[in-house]
Design a protein around this ligand. Structure first.
Ligand code: HEM
Length: 153
């Protein structure tokens, strides 16, 4: 069981990074002036939905590992690397609501045959959040390595 949940954890983590990479590339292109077509708005919404599902699975599977399949909740909730990893995950999950709402609004507008509202300031904010999410994944991976080795060395 422990191996199965470790596998699911990896699968969800890689899927999440894949979704983020798609968002990173598409948002970057739009910010540099590429037209936002219905197809790219749909791709963004799909990538975001996949990302959201992967994050949900990570949270559930991660919690099951914490409580049942690894070193026990007491170990993790007294471990700075886990607390850092978990807090970062929650902060990023909450921040990701901003791009999600934006992508859904763009798709809704284009579907209705209207132009999507691409305000430069909001677009920059979305790009910064997606950037920050990718940066947070790097720190989360470092925390995971520290957790697996039970320390730095
Ligand atoms: C972007 C989010 C996340 C990424 C990229 C990520 C990635 C990883 C990686 C690569 C490992 C090491 C391999 C392994 O043992 O399976 C790991 C371990 C682990 N992760 Fe995550 N994880 C994420 C979120 C979470 C969350 C939200 C939780 C808990 C709620 C969690 C709980 C754990 C646990 C308990 C381990 C085992 C650590 C140990 O060996 O003692 N992870 N994670």
């Amino acid at each position: 069981m422990s191996t199965l949940f470790a596998f699911l954890h990896h699968l969800a983590a890689f899927t999440l990074v894949g979704g983020l990479a798609v968002e990173f590339v598409l948002v970057g292109m739009i910010e540099r002036g590429a037209a936002l077509s219905l197809a790219s708005a749909r791709r963004l919404a799909v990538a975001d939905a996949v990302l959201g599902a992967a994050a949900g699975i990570l949270l559930v599977v991660g919690m099951l590992r914490v409580f049942f399949f690894e070193k026990g909740a007491d170990h993790y909730f007294h471990n700075p690397a886990f607390l850092m990893k978990f807090s970062l995950f929650i902060v990023v999950a909450l921040l990701s609501i901003i791009p999600m709402r934006e992508f859904l609004a763009w798709r809704r507008a284009l579907r209705a045959g209207q132009a999507a509202e691409l305000d430069a300031r909001r677009l920059r904010r979305v790009r910064l959040i997606v950037h920050g999410e990718l940066g947070a994944v790097v720190v989360i991976l470092l925390c995971a390595a520290i957790l697996a080795r039970v320390g730095w060395i």
